[in-house]
Design a protein around this ligand. Structure first.
Ligand code: MV4
Length: 593
């Protein structure tokens, strides 16, 4: 087995992997960007190395730099977590070539599943049911029209071949909508994956998102760990996941489990992976395979007792899976709520900033996988998911009650998160009845009602007066922890860089200026202006969509913070935008007399 492993990620997943490594007696190496110098994952590791500036393209995505750190530190393997380089076949190959084990599937399996058309073709050949539609790329709108008329029928989903997770996904309910949908999907495919190829599926009107967890070793053993339901999504981002799926009975469970293992075998899979599918009227269809450990793997761990990340590391080292299919059983029910720095009451607007007081829930059968802590600054540079709250109980109802209890214990001050949204959603009849909650997720009025009663104000971080202070220093790009012992009052202030970053929460301060609300609306994050849907002079209502900023492959809707007239509009489609940049000013309507 390995003696040292590099974790090429940040946040909660880096810590999750390091925990598994420690339990296996393996030393961990963290990597970090300049923006993450004080991040918990850096302190959690046995050693840590600086990669480069904050933007992921200059740090967490720089293959050569990561391989260099692996060699310098003596790590024999790299765990990529999820996101970043996790499904990057060239990275997996570069690891192979450097003699470093990539803790994930073979590069060829990543490639096969990366092309959604190729994956559909492979799955069909292996007897795995796919959503009816094309397995070959469709070149033109005319071709699409003909294929749909001849075989698929409306409504259809047009999807980018390089896509996945809903990027480059458009729906045409009728022929009238086909051209727009086709061109939209192709454009998004080109933009995000440099591949304008699209394919067509029959559009299923109200499916459930049900996925199967698989694990495979290099000795020919392929097992599944049953299914998860991830139907509660917002713009294709999952927000709540659970296991087992409420709509799956034992007979269907066995059937989709087999589909999962057959799919994995068909691509020569090794490692942990997920077969994503749609379930409608008892029919299950393959959608795509995620060739990585997923955010929501925890709910499966809770109901099966299998440590998925541990198994993943062990099989990468050449071990056989520690159990057989017949050893796995589901017990009880687990739910996961993603704790994102987002404001659900404002269309899930990103809400970065500095966390004040922070205290996680605990007690029986409560698990928190977190990358946050008191004083932690949630940066607009990275994914807004800062933690996951997972609970287990005997059944779905009890698990829901336990989740509500745990959510109410969560103390997280200074920024807005999805906590109040989760509390509201888990109390709805839709959730209780095991529905997909799709209407609720788009219901602006309901979303607005999930806002917490009192506004979240930035909170001063208590700084206890320590006589001992821990410092982090960097020597030639490697991080060391140093303890300095001195007077509690003598120059040991946080300005010297000890402890978590204590920058002032600039954005919230700016927002608090003029009484009655300032006119200007600023970008909460760095990204690219994807769509501008208003023009100067437009009269808008509070909450009306102004523009969409694309950041980290997510579309972020920016809405009017108040009603009025767009006085100035400082944005242009296709242009990059930074956090704090002006978007528009909204002049208030004259007060009624
Ligand atoms: C679909 C679909 C309907 N028909 N494909 C793809 C990515 C994933 N995030 C959701 N995807 C969907 N693909 C066809 N042919 C509907 C969705 C979908 C969805 C599915 C299950 C539960 C919630 C959903 C929310 C939005 C879209």
């Amino acid at each position: 087995m390995f003696s040292k492993v590099l974790v090429a990620n940040r946040g909660e997943i880096a810590i999750r992997v390091m925990r598994a490594l420690e339990e296996l007696g393996i030393a961990s190496v963290a990597v970090y960007s300049e923006a993450d110098r004080d991040a918990p994952h850096v302190r959690r590791a046995d050693e840590a190395y600086l990669l480069g500036p904050g933007p992921a393209a200059e740090s967490y995505l720089v293959v050569e730099k990561i391989l260099e750190v692996a060699k310098q530190s003596g790590a024999e393997a790299i765990h990529p977590g999820y996101g970043f380089l996790a499904e990057n076949a060239p990275f997996a190959r570069a690891c192979d070539e450097a003699g470093i084990v990539f803790i994930g599937p073979p590069a060829d399996a990543i490639d096969s599943m990366g092309s959604k058309t190729k994956a559909r073709e492979l799955m069909q050949a292996a007897g795995v049911p796919i959503v009816p539609g094309t397995t070959d790329p469709v070149e033109t709108v005319e071709d699409a029209r003909k294929i749909i008329d001849d075989s698929i029928g409306y409504p259809v989903a047009i999807k980018a071949a390089g896509g996945g997770g809903g990027k480059g996904f458009r729906v045409a309910l009728t022929e009238d909508e086909l051209q727009d949908a086709f061109e939209g999907a192709a454009r998004e495919g080109e933009k995000f994956f440099s591949d304008a190829t699209v394919y067509i599926e029959r559009y299923l009107p109200d499916p459930r998102h049900v996925e199967v967890q698989v694990l495979a070793d290099s000795h020919g053993n392929v097992v599944h760990l049953f299914e998860r339901d991830c139907s509660v999504q917002r713009r294709h981002q999952k927000v709540i996941e659970e296991a087992p799926a409420p709509a799956v009975d034992p007979e269907l469970r066995e059937r989709i489990g087999k589909i999962g293992t057959e799919a994995a075998k068909a691509v020569g899979y090794r490692s942990a992976g997920t077969i994503e599918g749609l379930l409608q009227n008892g029919e299950y269809y393959f959608l795509e395979m995620n060739t990585r450990v997923q955010v929501e793997h925890c709910v499966t761990e809770m109901v099966t007792g299998v440590d998925i990340v541990r198994e993943q590391i062990l099989v990468a080292g050449g071990a056989e899976l520690s159990f057989k299919q017949e050893d796995v059983e589901i017990r009880g029910h687990a739910i996961e709520c993603r704790i994102n720095a987002e404001d659900a009451s404002k269309n899930f607007a990103p809400a970065p900033g500095q966390i004040g007081n922070y205290r996680e829930p605990s007690g029986p059968f409560v698990r928190v996988d977190s990358g946050a802590e008191t004083g932690y600054a949630v940066l607009p540079l990275y994914d807004p998911m800062i933690a996951k709250l997972i609970v287990w109980d005997v059944d779905r109802e009890a698990s829901t009650r336990r989740m509500l209890r745990a959510l109410s214990e969560y103390e997280l001050e200074g920024i807005k998160t999805l906590i109040p949204f989760h509390e509201a959603l888990l109390k709805t009849d839709e959730w209780a009845n095991g529905e997909t909650c799709r209407n609720l997720m788009e219901d602006k009025k309901w979303l607005k009602s999930t806002a917490p009663d009192k506004a979240v104000e930035p909170v001063d971080v208590d700084e206890d007066e320590k006589v001992e202070r821990d410092y982090a220093v960097e020597v030639s790009g490697r991080k060391f922890d140093v303890k300095v012992i001195g007077s509690a009052f003598g120059g040991g202030g946080s300005a010297n860089g000890a402890g978590p970053a204590r920058q002032a929460p600039k954005r919230s301060e700016r927002k608090k200026s003029a009484g009655g609300g300032p006119d200007q609306i600023e970008s909460p994050l760095q990204g690219n202006m994807w769509k501008v849907v208003v023009k100067q002079g437009d009269v808008v209502e509070e909450g009306q969509l102004l523009c969409i900023i694309e950041a980290m492959k997510m579309e972020n809707e920016i809405t009017a913070h108040k009603a009025g007239t767009i006085a100035t509009l400082s944005i242009e489609e296709g242009k990059p935008i930074s956090a704090g940049d002006p978007i528009a000013t909204i002049a208030s309507p004259p007060a009624a007399e």
